[in-house]
Design a protein around this ligand. Structure first.
Ligand code: FAD
Ligand code: EPU
Length: 342
């Protein structure tokens, strides 16, 4: 038995919902070498169910984990500059927001709109994190992965990751197979600001900023997020619990004629489809700010499920089932969970 493996390990501090769950076994990994060694030298350990854990900010534990939790904590950020292009590589365990500010402080543009998204660099490709008009795929160059089936390292380029809205090859077909150890981004010394979100505009105006810097954008985004989203250190949550559903324009038109007095909130998603705001749909069903015991929806953002104190993972899951059923009954749309259920 590897000495650094811990048994019956409490995970409450390792998931931002703050729910109780125990891992049968747990190990923290701080380098690629120790990851390779774990698989080469401890086959019995690595042939059980494996959960790769970053910051635990997109996970809901509904039961104890009957396997090995591998907590990725590989540190380190480095960069190279060539002309106006900057390649930045960061270890899987680097806190995403620390990488954002490493780049902002050095005038490397591209991820300032993704400031303050919780979690680690290694998890960012899993659901192609996104916010305020930017997605990871816009700046992603490659990632290094350990293939748990073959026991070897390789590199995935952007195409191989098959990114889409809150999705990737890693979250779909290859779920659980690859462990991301390092991510490389292609950033620029010549910023092209994405201020398309109304809230960014409004906040810049409020601050009387007409020519924003990269740091201004990161700071504005951070303050919008702080106003709108609950802080997991105060109230347990995993950000948006569901994805915004994407439906054919024709279906939206049908809904608009069925509910002529409702102002549907939606955005274009390609030529003939629209993305409907799931938070709006949930609010329309009367769920905003409601609670079932200690499980509830956030008072300012119905898309965010929260733990008011001692909610169990199953009670949060049960609430999500009720919400899905109500939205489906009222609008004929089946919400899909964004959070990984375990
Ligand atoms: P975890 O929760 O630990 O893991 C998430 C998934 O990735 C799991 O399936 C896990 O097995 C897998 N995984 C983790 N690390 C690795 C690795 N190194 N290799 C392979 N698999 C791995 N997300 C957005 O996209 N946009 C937002 O604006 C946003 N806002 C949020 C706001 C709040 C308040 C919170 C709590 C969450 C928010 N999220 C958002 C969700 C979350 O921040 C992201 O999904 C983040 O990437 C999760 O990182 P993590 O390290 O916590 O991953
Ligand atoms: N709305 C309501 N009621 C609500 C919540 C939202 O009516 O209770 C409506 C509002 O009109 C609002 C619109 O929905 O203008 C959109 O809401 P918001 O701007 O908060 O964005 P979102 O679609 O709910 C998405 C992402 C967030 C990301 C923000 C900003 C998803 C699932 N969520 O939220 O990502 O930070 O946009 O880009 O795509 C996450 O993935 O965890 C996450 C927080």
């Amino acid at each position: 038995m590897e000495r650094s493996v811990k048994e019956h390990f409490p995970l409450k501090q390792y998931n931002t919902f703050g729910v109780e769950a125990f891992a049968k076994q747990y190990i923290e990994i701080r380098s690629e070498e120790s990851l390779a060694r774990l698989f080469a030298e401890h086959p019995a350990l690595t042939q059980q169910p494996l959960l790769i854990l970053g910051g635990g900010s997109n996970i809901l534990f509904t039961k104890d984990y009957d396997g090995l939790v591998i907590h990725m904590n590989i540190p380190g950020i480095r960069h190279t500059v060539s002309g106006n292009t900057v390649m930045v590589s960061a270890g899987a365990g680097v806190i995403w927001n620390e990488l954002v500010w490493y780049c902002v402080d050095r005038q490397f543009a591209g991820i300032e709109n993704l400031a303050l998204i919780p979690g680690t660099v290694g998890a960012a490709p899993i659901q192609n994190i996104g916010a305020y008009g930017v997605e990871l795929q816009d700046v992603f160059a490659s990632c290094r992965v350990f293939d748990t089936h073959r026991g070897e390292f390789s590199t995935f380029d952007k195409e191989a990751c098959r990114f889409s809205y809150r999705e990737s090859y890693f979250k779909r077909e290859a779920k659980g197979r690859f462990i991301i150890t390092e991510v490389t981004l292609q950033l620029s010394l010549k910023p092209t600001f994405n201020t398309s979100y109304g809230a960014i505009h409004a906040e810049l105006e409020k601050r009387c900023i007409t020519e924003p810097t990269i740091a201004d954008i990161a700071s504005v985004v951070s303050s919008i997020r702080t106003d709108k989203l609950p802080d997991p250190s105060t109230i347990g949550n995993s950000g948006s619990f569901f994805k915004n559903p994407i439906v054919p324009v024709q279906y939206l038109k049908q809904l608009q004629s069925t509910f002529p007095d409702r102002n549907f909130v939606f955005y274009p998603a390609g030529t003939d489809r629209v993305k409907i705001a799931a938070g709006w749909l949930i609010e329309q069903c009367g769920w905003k700010g409601k609670r079932m015991g200690d499980a509830g929806t956030w008072k300012n953002q119905a898309l965010v499920l929260v733990n008011h104190g001692n909610a169990s993972g199953t009670s949060i899951y049960d609430l999500s089932e009720q919400i899905i059923a109500d939205v489906e009954a009222q609008f004929g749309i089946t919400l899909e969970r964004e959070v990984n259920i375990l």
